[in-house]
Ligand binder design. Sequence first.
Ligand code: FAD
Length: 322
Amino acid sequence: MSAVVFLEHHGNEVQRGSLGVLAKAASLGEGDVAAVVAGEGARALATEAGKFGAARVWVCEDGEVARPLPQPRIDVLAQVVEEGGYDTVLFANSVLAADVAAGLAARLDAGLNWDLVDVALRDGALVGTRPALQDSVYADVGWTSTPRLALFRAGSFDATPTGGGGEPEIVDVSPSYREHSTAVKLVGQDAEESSGPSIEDADVIVAGGRGLGSPDNFTLAEELARALGGAVGATRAVVDAGWYPYSAQIGQTGKTVSPKLYVALGVSGAIQHKVGMQSSGTIVAINKDANAPIFEFSDLGVVGDLHEIVPKLTELVRARKG
Ligand SMILES: Cc1cc2nc3c(=O)[nH]c(=O)nc-3n(C[C@H](O)[C@H](O)[C@H](O)COP(=O)(O)OP(=O)(O)OC[C@H]3O[C@@H](n4cnc5c(N)ncnc54)[C@H](O)[C@@H]3O)c2cc1C
């Protein structure tokens, strides 16, 4: 296998999801793994990529990739795949990475397996694991041709430095773009102010549902999330009601997450919510209805009024953490 991993970065930070995919690829131990970083400040991130297992980092700081648009990145990646002779290209899911992966598959006439949660080499063949039937079963998936493209679900792998390597070899990419690749112009970009990790990156998510009772009560979820060092998620019901931003929505029409700990506050556990979070490590639910569906797939269920329980829980966590 000769693999290259698309590393997505914003500002001077590489997305943890893509570092996790890189570390996973390196752990397969089948040949050197490379990484591609495209955008402003890409070169400065090469050392970071080395710590997570990249032996070679392809760097592109061209003006066309300064903005987070997929099409110029597809050209960069297509060129890297050709010049480096890679047979495998791996992505961690995000809005941008999904667009790049799909576009690259079309460009290279390659097979893309998406929403994977694991990958392994079996008898020399690369095999992906893909949840199916609303995550009730896991299917083994493969590729019938190269290059093989794979897009992994957020949180599939720990972003743990591999401890190997020294400085990776840096290769500059001088991209040549297709005419249509530079036709899209970004007319505006807004960054949402937030502190703490994003729900895609967080090890802990505290999700709020309609049981919180009002938008103001989201402070209960926020304070518990802050105490646990996590991020706040939301159900579609509260997002539709305008209680919390769409970017926090988890589920079928929102984001799919798999943190180590998922705490659900006043969330009923509708199937459309479940499919977005059921692969979380430990699921804790607080709900006043003992028959709420969420208890069917929770590791720990607390039946009670969240307004009484959550402030005490937050205090306890703070006290424990000193
Ligand atoms: C096509 C489609 C796509 C959808 N996509 C999504 C999606 O992506 N994500 C998503 O989340 N939903 C999605 N939904 C909506 C989904 O079906 C549910 O309506 C939604 O998840 C319910 O949100 P909720 O749990 O916040 O609210 P509810 O179902 O109203 O549940 C509120 C819960 O809070 C509990 N509660 C109330 N008061 C308290 C209290 N004081 N203390 C403790 N517990 C309390 C109640 O017992 C109840 O279980 C989708 C629906 C459709 C049809």
